[in-house]
Design a protein around this ligand. Structure first.
Ligand code: HEM
Length: 238
């Protein structure tokens, strides 16, 4: 027990810190919604926190839901974007082809509404090569009818399949990612706009080292061990 005390202490500190950060953000939103005289002011746009506030949930539940949303939604999608741009920096020919395809098939700003087939393929391939949620979570049920850890516990999202399943970056079945469609649309939009507006070049500091390091840092979300660095040059169309 004693050797773990230090780690346990560190973990509780981190949990307190994360709770404080999220609770502070929630209270800013709560205050914005309340007028000084106690009337509820209608915010210009309704965000996720507003909908939770309307449900009248307790502070702990709010913190937990917001934290889940921040990690499940933002961290995964931004990580997928970084891996995709890293691949495009590495494969300048594919980047050029993608830019050409986007300009040919869409009007400026139309990227997100109707992604070109090549853009869709680039995003899919990147998710296949670098699924941000590499290992799926353990699912439990209220009845004891499953194997230890639940279905899908620590299943590898890349090499899980037989002949038919090649990839499942968003999981599968009832507990599959509910944000999959949103995430893929966001990736089409971001990747499309970033490639349309900028040329992405590698930053070469050491001639012997690879410009882009594709090593993974495994965690709840599998991120790039060395964050992507790139030189951005505005395209002539931007
Ligand atoms: C590229 C981006 C994303 C990837 C790769 C991803 C992947 C995943 C995976 C693999 C799971 C677990 C499925 C399982 O265990 O079977 C999951 C769950 C979840 N995702 Fe995503 N996700 C992404 C984006 C998003 C977004 C944008 C949202 C919300 C808008 C979201 C919300 C959630 C939630 C709430 C769960 C838990 C579902 C449950 O437990 O029933 N995800 N995601």
């Amino acid at each position: 027990m004693v050797p773990y005390l230090h780690r346990w202490w560190k973990l509780s500190g981190l949990q307190r810190r994360h709770r404080d950060i999220v609770a502070a953000l929630i209270s800013v939103r709560r205050l914005r919604r309340e007028k000084v005289d106690g009337d509820i002011a209608a915010p210009a746009t309704l965000c996720y926190v507003d909908t939770l506030l309307e449900l009248g949930l307790g502070e702990d539940e709010m913190v937990s839901l917001c934290w889940e949303f921040m990690n499940a939604a933002a961290k995964t999608t931004s990580t997928a974007l970084e891996w995709t741009m890293a691949r495009l920096v590495h494969h300048s020919d594919i980047q050029r082809k993608l830019r050409h395809d986007i300009t040919k098939t869409t009007n400026r700003g139309g990227v997100g509404v109707s992604p070109s087939p090549y853009l869709k393929a680039v995003v899919q391939e990147s998710l296949r090569l670098h699924p941000p949620a590499h290992y799926l979570l353990a699912h439990t049920v209220d009845r004891d009818r499953l194997t230890e850890g639940g279905v899908g516990a620590m299943v590898d999202a890349v090499s899980c399949g037989g002949a038919d399943i090649r990839m499942m970056p968003f999981g599968a079945g009832r507990r599959a990612c509910p944000g999959a469609t949103f995430a893929v649309s966001a990736l089409h939009l971001f990747v499309g706009m970033l490639v349309e507006q900028f040329e992405w070049w590698p930053v070469v500091e050491d001639e012997k080292a690879a410009a882009v390091d594709f090593s993974e840092k495994t965690g709840l979300v599998t991120v790039m061990k060395t964050p992507l660095r790139a030189l951005l040059v505005p395209t002539t169309s931007s």
